[in-house]
Design a protein around this ligand. Sequence first.
Ligand SMILES: [Cu+2]
Length: 144
Amino acid sequence: MRVFLSLFSITIFLAIPKLTLAETIQIEFTDQDSYSIEVALIEAGDTIEWLPTNEGHNVEFLAGPQLNTLSRKSEINALFSVIFKNPGVYLYHCTPHGNMGMLGLIVVDNDFHNLESVQKVQLSRVSDSVLKRLIRIAQSKTKS
Ligand SMILES: [Cu+2]
C-alpha cells in the first residue's frame, strides 16, 4: 500500500508541471513591416498571439504540419491566436508584405521533420534569403 501511494504521488508530481507549462507567446506587428519575434521556439500546446500593434498586417501560413487543422489566414489588423498542437516547423508571412520579407518561423518541440517542405515554398528572392536566415537562427538556438 505504501509503495502504491508513493508511486501515486510521484505520478501526480510529474503530471502537474506538464499541465501548467503551456505558455502564451505574444508577437507584435512592427512599424518596420516585420514581426517582433521572427523565430519562435515553442512546445506543443503553447499558444501564439499576434497583436495588431501596427496597421496593415496579418498572418498567413505557408507551410507546416497538418495546416488544415489551423486557421490558415488572419484578417488584416486583427488579433490572431493559435494553439500549436503538432510538432514541426511552421512558416508564415504577412499577405501584403510577404514578398518584402515579412516572414516568421515557429518550431514546435524542436522538431524539424518537415523542414524540406518549408524550404520548397516558392518565395521572392528577398523572402527566400530571410527564410534561410530564420532557419539558421532556429537551428542554432536548438543545438545549444
Ligand atoms: Cu505586413
